[in-house]
Design a binder for this molecule. Structure first.
Ligand code: RB5
Length: 143
């Protein structure tokens, strides 16, 4: 499983914690930056990661900014990306089961590091249910 992760300045500290978790349980992720808490523009990170998900170079992406909204808005511009803003385990699990989300977006300024890790864990350990959800997901289109 190839996992990419990226953040802006508001998501940097949580990203470092998530990378520590991923290294132990999923191997080294591809880090799209940023690499410190200096002010950064979230699209500069969201675009390259999302392009790689869209092109099938990554199995999953994880993006973190302050609210998660800027990262989610940018990522969902790519036809092959289904980015879900999640702030707890249950929402992350449902984003996989029902929406077949392939990019997890976390609101770094609004969740604890523990909740962030647990949300990542739930996302990566849950499979898409298919069935009626496959039909619904297939109706999501870029217009
Ligand atoms: C940065 O201040 C903040 O705007 C950004 O992290 C994010 O929340 C945008 O959606």
């Amino acid at each position: 499983m190839k996992i990419g992760i990226g953040c802006d300045h508001a998501g940097f500290l949580l990203k470092e914690k998530v990378i520590g978790y991923l290294r132990v349980f999923f191997g080294e992720p591809h880090d799209y930056g940023v690499l410190n808490e200096d002010a950064a523009d979230y699209p500069d990170v969201a675009h390259p990661l999302s392009r790689d998900v869209h092109e099938g170079k990554l199995s999953f992406g994880i993006l973190i900014c302050g609210t998660g909204n800027g990262m989610a808005m940018t990522a969902n511009k790519y036809a092959g990306v289904r980015a879900a803003l999640c702030w707890n385990e249950e929402i992350a699990s449902l984003a996989r089961k029902h929406n077949n989300a392939n990019v997890l977006v976390l609101p770094g300024r609004f969740i604890s590091r523990e909740t962030g890790i647990n949300t990542v864990k739930a996302f990566l350990q849950t499979d898409f249910e298919g069935g009626r959800h496959e039909r619904r997901v297939s109706k999501i289109r870029i217009t």
